[in-house]
Design a protein around this ligand. Sequence first.
Ligand SMILES: NC(=O)c1ccc[n+]([C@@H]2O[C@H](COP(=O)([O-])OP(=O)(O)OC[C@H]3O[C@@H](n4cnc5c(N)ncnc54)[C@H](OP(=O)(O)O)[C@@H]3O)[C@@H](O)[C@H]2O)c1
Length: 393
Amino acid sequence: MKALILDAQNQTANLCDIPQPTANDNEILVRVQAISLNPIDPLYVSHPLASSGRTIGSDFSGTIVSLGSFVPPGNNLKTGDRVAGFLQGACSVNERPGAFAEFLSVPWDLVWKVPDGVTTEEAAGVSLVALTAAQGIWYRLGLNAPFAYDKETVLEENPGWESSRIVRSNDPDVLNFFIYGASTSVALYAAQMVRLSAQASGKKIRLFGAASKARWELLKAEPYGYEHLVDYRDADWLEQVRELAGGKGMDYAYDCISEGDSVERVSATLGPNGKSAIVRSRAGGAWKADNLPVEPIYGAVWEGLGEEIQYQGFTVKKSVAAREFAVAFYKWLGEAAGNGLTPNPIRLMPRGLEKVVEDGFKLLGPGKMEDRGLGRTEEWMKPVSAEKLVYII
Ligand SMILES: NC(=O)c1ccc[n+]([C@@H]2O[C@H](COP(=O)([O-])OP(=O)(O)OC[C@H]3O[C@@H](n4cnc5c(N)ncnc54)[C@H](OP(=O)(O)O)[C@@H]3O)[C@@H](O)[C@H]2O)c1
């Protein structure tokens, strides 16, 4: 089969012929039909952690070709079903599978069944960013999720989270939630999840966001429903947020950029007992901040895959709780997509795997958001804003 394979020495990936995988006992074999790109995919091709020969890429959707012998009957999966999920690609030091290939194998419970009404191309853009947002909003910040999962194991594994959750039980009826980078793919899900939590808890949550003005109309409309937006390019956006909130600080903040001074400024929006989550680690060096009022909660989406991962100079421990949460989330997504979450808008990119590095990776850049410079004029090479880049395989 064809697959995009890391060439670490030359910091690129090449289309190669490799043997087709087979499904282990608890896995399914998937014929990949669409993939979407995440910033993490080009980041670890330009700055390789892995050695040459690894299949790169995370997000996929496709159809089931075969099921391993331990895949439980009655799990509602069968040959020919459309499913979507994500793998780790070449984003770790230790050997992990990747998705940018014609076939892949994946644990049967870490995919979600794509419901009617969601296209295979849309589905390719969901799994990694939606789980990232679900971990941020529900698993880490502890807002009410619209599905059940084992919260005791979460707190056993993360005892530091407990005190802030107790404070949360005294929350007032109106909460303020600020999302920085509101037009990122992660944030498009985060906003929807905050609103689902508000419905589940019966509390009003006022959504504040920072995004470019060009995206405000989209973000104020359904299904996102921001009450107040500021433009992150305005030097005084932090003061604007404070003013719009009438002097009351944020109860929660989610920094979907976590670069430069964003973590410091997003933390400064918080009121007393406010709590925040971020998408990039201190250890990775994308942001710096001293004397934060409260240390923001970071986690890598890879935790959901339930395996130990060596990553960015530290080890992401194997987490039973994070895997169980991912399984519960994907089960709900497969049942509820359509009335639960709206898939992100997609940009269908021309051609397939052979153009991912040349076009898609150019658009996402080699690392930071501020490094996304282009100099290309084709229609499909305009800057990425509130959308996923999708290739048909
Ligand atoms: N921790 C994890 O496991 C995890 C998982 C997934 C993603 N991430 C990280 O999360 C971040 C977002 O990922 P994504 O896929 O959602 O990104 P994305 O969709 O590619 O982000 C594009 C958006 O970023 C916005 N943006 C660019 N610079 C900004 C700035 N300085 N301030 C505010 N907004 C800015 C742009 O907004 P406008 O168009 O409005 O200008 C654009 O809409 C990335 O850094 C990614 O690596 C982390």
